[in-house]
Design a protein. Structure first.
Lengths: 337, 337
DNA sequence: GTGAAAGCGCTAACAG
DNA sequence: CTGTTAGCGCTTTCAC
């Protein structure tokens, strides 16, 4: 049984309030008394209970972090950023993964609210209801990496993917490519994402017509990504460059290209959004847009904890994404056919 | 201000105990009364406070997880396993990263004990003091992925690296290699790790003498790994195979080999311990020993939560590591010189 | 500077 | 079945 203030007070021959003062730092305590208390505490191996304290102060000193999948390198970076900021600000972090499932996410958020965490940073799965509820319940919420439409009051910290994709598209265009495929477009009928919009705009700005068959959709899973890449590379040998919208899609493109014995970049140029560790290891190293996952996490946590009072800026914060040129893109040579 | 049992009780016209019974599930409540309580709760947007409950029940329903770096793919897998098990058992997880720094780790553990978590799963940084203290304070501790000598009472769930390295070494030996370098041996004078011992034993069993200059040490950081790999590959062109003890070292070997224009596996065979995503993406795909990170995490958490009572087995649990043969190792062709 | 007492939100006897 | 009561460990007035 762990020792309590009461035990320490008794052992030190003081009142419990004094013990509290010593450990919470609030209120003045005489030097001699303080020593006696500390000695008694050490003797009893006393550690203040965060639970008791939280009940009284109505603050847990912890925040929640919910991401679809910690195993994803980008999300792991983001988590590391949140953890770093939380440490700097003296908070702890309760982590949970949603698997991208709105139902699971809702349950997680509900639980975190019940835990009375000081707020939660999230890469939301898609459903806005749980977040609206959490915000209504008084818990602070900040989105990271992606925001949800229809929740303008929830601050968001995102990567500037529009700029990132634009610079990548311009780079490809500058290399002479005209038939550039986008791996990871929206399925027919669904709303276009930010990356796709930026891509289309870049083409338009260069006076290049969009070939809708080069806008390939895929679900965010390995098998679907692979199927999409295989379908594209096999059916359109005239495509001279592939811009993968995610690192999963980029991985699929690299794998399929190898399977098909395509030389990169001689037969086809490949680039992707999201600069993960293997980009530098594959042969040739992959050109990519580096998204600042760690910074996004740090900033999101900071926004949650520090900027809670001041009104956030109108619209989400955007952190710059940087084009990292490696060897996977070359001048356009007309495609293979 | 969040609603409390008292508010709900008043609104529903019942006693607070009844409200508690409805939400905690303990004790029977009449159907009609339950409905009234639920209605009142919904009306007030009431959520039971985990803090109040924890104070009373003396259980937080949460565990701690401390790893050196969530950004490491293996540790991320391990974390995912812990998270999965915790979810299955209804616990939440407080995550923190030590950066491999014993001081930081000690502070983290100390805090977690103060939080009255039900236990902690850890990939320990090296210092045993904080863990001894935590165990003494009554918190359960389970090590994952690596154990600390001198703490026999702390259960551990590890990969069977000895078997993994042995099978990898035998594979290389079977390919005819005799001058096999081990990237990631212990520095001169420090105790040999399990992987190194297994490697030496495998050589001995095959009647191959150990060339101490092929046992290369490196700190677990990218720059050090790279330097070690570069030093080895440049100074010993007669080495025909490299066994990297970690994925960081494997990465370094691949990078240096490319830098030096060595063909893999024609000029040198490369293999590593730890099967990360990029192993399949690099060219040629890397042969590796897959360590079951997720299972280790799951099992460690399970051991912490479920098996607390039964005496653990003597010695750590070992989960099998599996050799995944890809294209980076070929028959020995005598080295380059 | 220090102690006594009240109470944070909840659960668990114990009565009724 | 349901209400009353007594704390869980801590912080915080309020007196002294």
């Amino acid at each position: 049984m762990a020792a309590t203030v009461k035990d320490v007070a008794a052992a030190a021959g003081v009142g419990i309030a004094t013990v509290s003062r010593v450990f919470s730092g609030n209120g003045a305590v005489g030097a001699a008394t303080r020593e006696r208390v500390l000695a008694a505490a050490r003797e009893l191996d006393y550690r203040p209970s965060a639970v008791g304290r939280s009940l009284k102060t109505r603050r847990t000193g912890g925040i929640g972090l919910v991401v679809p999948d910690v195993t994803d390198p980008f999300q792991a970076e983001l988590a590391a950023g949140v953890l770093a900021c939380a440490r700097d600000l003296g908070e702890h972090v309760v982590l949970d993964v949603s698997g991208g499932d709105p139902g699971r996410e809702a349950a997680i958020v509900e639980r975190m609210v019940g835990q009375r965490l000081d707020g939660v940073v999230a890469v939301p799965a898609g459903d806005r209801a749980p977040w609206a509820a959490a915000a209504a319940a008084g818990g602070g919420v900040v989105f990271a990496d992606r925001a949800l439409p229809g929740l303008p009051d929830v601050p968001a910290v995102l990567a500037d993917d529009a700029a990132g994709v634009a610079s990548l598209a311009e780079y490809l265009l500058g290399l002479g490519h005209r038939r550039i495929a986008l791996l990871g477009a929206a399925p027919r009928g669904r709303a276009r994402g930010e990356r796709e919009r930026a891509f289309r705009e870049a083409l338009a700005a260069a006076g290049v017509a969009v070939d809708e068959e080069l806008m390939v959709a895929a679900r965010p899973a390995r098998d679907s990504a692979y199927a999409a890449a295989a379908g594209l590379l096999q059916s359109r040998p005239d495509a001279t460059a592939v811009l993968a919208a995610t690192h999963l899609l980029g991985e699929a493109a690299v794998l399929v290209a190898r399977e098909l014995d395509l030389r990169v970049p001689a037969d086809v140029s490949i680039a992707m959004v999201g600069d993960v560790a293997w980009a530098e290891l594959c042969d040739p190293p992959l050109t990519a847009v580096a998204r600042p996952g760690r910074d996004i996490g740090y900033r999101a946590c900071e926004t949650l904890l520090r900027d809670r009072n001041r009104r956030g800026p109108a619209g989400p914060v955007r952190l710059p994404a940087e084009l990292v040129v490696r060897g996977s893109c070359g001048p356009c040579r007309g495609g293979r056919r």
